[in-house]
Design a protein around this ligand. Structure first.
Ligand SMILES: [Zn+2]
Length: 263
């Protein structure tokens, strides 16, 4: 077990700086100085540092989902901050989906499983800011997916084969009902690469591409899904056989068909 309190922490230094400024200014409590929704800048900075420290503790403990990190009064005591600052830290953690505050008796700050949706929106906004083109999204996605499908074919096991078959079956039913649910298999294949970096970025790029298609090409998703399912079945077949080169070739052809139909 790692020693939990090596001093001085960043938050301790920031808190001391804040204490100095607060004492010089007035002796009012945090809650009176500003509304709890919008703490002043120095308190927000302190809240960010406390949130960062809590996240580092979650990482150091091996990300124990569901574990209670402490009640609100315990955390206020541990970090030596005001209720307003602690609540701002909790708001940051809840936004990051790294922890959430459970109310009521026996409640407190609980470690959660982080959601990729919390990452995708800021990344999507950043790429909009960079004026990313659809061609660039597809170019990056292709590099990642070809690497992913080859690794998946090399590393596939019985459990992975079952997962792929289930995913194809869900997709087959969805495409028969005219529901486009085509992205899932791409993410699943990337997951089976055994490298968690690949599915994260494949998912992110797929969702960006979907959002763009919804904005610009309403109604075309169902057409893509009919052709897509057969291509997916052929790719899965190559992965299941452990033929990395064939899986890569089929994925490459499928992605190039997809990009010529969407660009
Ligand atoms: Zn596809």
């Amino acid at each position: 077990m790692r020693n939990e309190a090596p001093a001085p922490h960043q938050w301790q230094l920031a808190r001391e700086a804040q204490d100095g400024r607060s004492a010089a200014r007035s002796s009012r409590k945090d809650g009176l100085a500003s509304s709890p929704e919008t703490p002043p800048p120095d308190q927000r900075k302190l809240a960010e540092i406390v949130a960062y420290e809590i996240e580092q503790q979650i990482v150091a403990q091996g990300w124990p989902v569901g574990i209670l990190l402490g009640s609100e009064p315990e955390l206020i005591e541990r970090f030596g901050v005001s209720r307003a600052v602690l609540r701002e830290s909790v708001r940051i953690l809840e936004n990051h989906t790294t922890a959430r505050m459970r109310r009521g008796p026996g409640g407190g700050l609980i470690v959660t499983e982080p959601l990729t949706t919390a990452l995708i929106r800021p990344v999507a906004l950043y790429l909009e800011y960079c004026r990313v083109t659809p061609e660039q999204i597809i170019e990056t996605g292709t590099i990642l997916e070809l690497a992913g499908v080859e690794l998946a074919a090399e590393r596939i096991n019985e459990e992975g084969i079952l997962t792929l078959r289930e995913c194809l079956e869900v997709e087959r039913k969805a495409s028969m009902e005219g529901l486009p649910s085509m992205a899932r298999i791409h993410v699943t294949i990337a997951e089976l690469s055994g490298n968690p970096v690949l599915p994260l970025f494949v998912k992110m790029l797929t969702e960006l591409e979907d959002a763009r298609m919804k904005r610009h090409r309403e109604g075309s998703a169902a057409v893509v899904s009919m052709v897509g399912h057969d291509a997916h079945a052929a790719i899965v077949d190559a992965v299941v056989r452990g033929d990395g080169a064939l899986a890569r070739h089929r994925m490459s052809r499928h992605l190039s068909d997809l990009s010529s139909s969407v660009l």
